[in-house]
Every structure is written in structure tokens, then in C-alpha cells.
Design a binder for this molecule. Structure first.
Ligand code: ZN
Ligand code: ZN
Ligand code: ZN
Ligand code: ZN
Ligand code: ZN
Ligand code: ZN
Ligand code: ZN
Length: 325
């Protein structure tokens, strides 16, 4: 079957005309859409991005100025042996040895490259050894990082972003004790002190418990512990009401943590944490780990045992999850 449509030529012309005008209107609309609206949006997006890029760049440059103009030294993290150098990964048992190493080995060229591989403002956090802090340009001592920043601004014409101190976590190792540089509280080891330091920062605040954190990533790690629901163990039939409990159970019962049982010096693996410690002491001359309970006389050779002891016998609050350092 064939459909035959009889079309009046005048009608057809009219139709074409309508089609053309509507197409023109559409084009005009498109032009408007393509040429004006998105450009503004794009410009805004680019501006936001640029603002962020320049913000992190300014912060990184300011931290480099502090490293170049003072005897402050960065600490990358507390590794398997000890305090790790930010420039060459070398670890030191005693933070004071790391400071001597950093000041004698890593000069201007290294400092100018500090945080070259930063991962943006959401993960920015500089652990700074501010022991016996002083200005390298005129030898004036400073009590703390803020005073040093004021000094460099007033006496040496340097300029710093006003939010810089929010990203610097200072430490002072004047004695062999691990003491918070901001409130003088003593801690059994550096990792616990590191978790404590968040108490002094409000850059990011947990909506559930009101705790403050240095950067967004640490807050996100922390938020994990508030999630409730049904979390079942991936290895057995047990069910937990929080992910943290599930994770702790899996780690304690089913997963043999490699880091805990691997020698920090030679990499030899042990299926027992105590055996690893014995090996590190015997073969590599490491100092034995002695953690003392602050409420009773008991001592422990690892943080996990001390924590569970404290939780069980002294009903104190558990420390924050290990990830959120
Ligand atoms: Zn180094
Ligand atoms: Zn000075
Ligand atoms: Zn403190
Ligand atoms: Zn919270
Ligand atoms: Zn299980
Ligand atoms: Zn070894
Ligand atoms: Zn105790």
C-alpha cells in the first residue's frame, strides 16, 4: 500500500518557512546557550579550581619559606622503625637524630622541593619538628611556629597566608618524653600523640561528635567509626553494629597484619609480634618497647595490648582508629 498525500504548494511553502524560522530561533537559542551561559559557568569552575590551586601553592610556598628561614624540620611519619625523614625516607629511632640528619643532609635545594608531590588541600598536613625553634636569618629564638611566622613577617618582610598555621602540626622533642607541644600532655608514644593533635584543630569538624580535625581526609577516616548498621565479618558468622568493630574483629581474629610481624630493619617475616620484637632487639640492636599503663603498674610491648588493657580494666575511652593520624 502506498500513501499518497496531496499537498497544496502554497501550504508547503508556508511550512518550510515555519521550519526555517524555528530553526533560526533554535540556533539563536543555542548560540545564547553555548556562547554565553556555559562560558560563565566554565569561568566560575575554572576560577574555583584556580583559587584552590593558588591556595595550596601559596601554603606550600609559605611552608618552604619556614623551612628555609628557620631550623624547623618536617617529619613525614612514624614508620616501622621510627621517625621518617621527609626528604629521603630514612628512619630514626630518636626524633632528635632525625633533626640532626635533616639539618645536616638536606639543604636549600631539597627544601625548595618540599611538598612537590602534595595531593591537594584535603590531605595537607605538615608535621613540623619545632624543637629549639629559631630564625636562621638573624638567630632569634621563637617559642613556637606562630611566633616565628610573626618574626619572619615583621623583621624579614616575608608574607604568609593567614590560614597557614591550621595546616602545621608542631612537635617539640626537648626531652625523651613524648609531650604535646601545644598543651604539654604526655603520651606513651608518637602515634597516640599524633591522634591527640587533632584536638587542637578545627579545620574540619565531625557533625556527629564535634571533634575537630586537621584535614578533610582525616575527618573522613574518623566518620567511618560513626556509621551504624549490620556489618558481618567476611570470614565468620559474627555480626557487628559498627564497621570499626567489624574491622577490629577481622584484624584481631582473621587477618595476620604483615606490618606488625615484619622486621622493620631487614624485612624478615614472623608469625608472632613478640618474636619480631625479639629479633629486632637481638639482631639489629633495637631498643625494647616498654609501654606503661598510666593507671596501674602493668607494662606492655605493644600498643594494641595496652589499649585493650586500658579499655578492659580502666574503662577509658578507646583511641581513635589507627588510620586517622
Ligand atoms: Zn633524609
Ligand atoms: Zn630573624
Ligand atoms: Zn595537646
Ligand atoms: Zn565524630
Ligand atoms: Zn570473624
Ligand atoms: Zn631483621
Ligand atoms: Zn592498667
Amino acid at each position: 500500500m502506498v500513501n499518497i498525500e496531496v499537498v497544496d504548494p502554497r501550504e508547503s511553502r508556508k511550512k518550510k518557512c515555519i521550519i526555517i524560522t524555528s530553526r533560526k530561533a533554535e540556533l539563536r537559542r543555542k548560540k545564547k546557550y553555548i556562547k554565553i551561559t556555559p562560558q560563565d559557568d566554565e569561568r566560575d569552575a575554572v576560577n574555583v579550581k584556580l583559587r584552590r590551586v593558588t591556595e595550596i601553592q601559596k601554603l606550600v610556598e609559605a611552608i618552604r619559606v619556614i623551612l628555609l628561614c628557620s631550623n624547623a624540620t618536617p617529619i613525614r611519619k612514624y614508620g616501622s622503625i621510627g621517625y621518617q625523614c621527609n626528604f629521603c625516607d630514612k628512619e630514626h629511632d630518636d626524633p632528635r637524630d632525625l633533626k640532626v640528619h635533616t639539618l645536616s643532609t638536606h639543604k636549600e635545594a631539597d627544601k625548595l622541593k618540599f611538598l612537590q608531590k602534595h595531593r591537594g588541600i584535603n590531605t595537607l598536613k605538615v608535621k613540623l619538628d619545632a624543637t629549639c625553634l629559631r630564625c636562621e636569618l638573624c638567630d632569634t629564638p621563637s617559642d613556637d611556629v606562630e611566633q616565628l611566622i610573626d618574626h619572619l613577617t615583621l623583621k624579614h618582610d616575608k608574607s604568609f597566608p593567614s590560614n597557614l598555621k591550621n595546616f602545621i602540626v608542631p612537635f617539640k622533642f626537648e626531652t625523651s618524653q613524648t609531650i604535646c607541644a601545644l598543651c604539654r600532655t604526655e603520651f606513651s608514644n608518637f602515634k597516640i600523640l599524633l591522634q591527640h593533635m587533632n584536638v587542637h584543630y578545627r579545620n574540619h569538624v565531625c557533625e556527629t561528635c564535634g571533634n575537630g580535625f586537621v584535614n578533610k581526609r582525616i575527618l573522613q577516616c574518623h566518620m567511618y567509626r560513626h556509621r551504624t548498621g549490620e556489618f558481618s565479618c567476611s570470614y565468620c558468622a559474627k555480626v557487628f553494629d559498627t564497621r570499626i568493630k567489624q574491622r577490629d574483629h577481622e584484624r584481631a581474629i582473621h587477618i595476620c597484619d604483615n606490618k606488625r610481624s615484619k622486621c622493620g630493619y631487614c624485612g624478615e617475616k614472623f608469625n608472632d609480634y613478640t618474636k619480631k620484637n625479639e629479633h629486632e632487639i637481638k639482631v639489629h640492636g633495637a631498643k625494647p618497647i616498654v609501654l606503661k599503663c598510666s593507671a596501674c603498674e602493668k607494662t606492655f610491648d605493644n600498643q594494641r595490648s595496652l589499649s585493650s588493657h586500658t579499655k578492659r580494666y580502666h574503662l577509658m575511652e578507646r583511641p581513635l582508629p589507627k588510620k586517622a593520624d
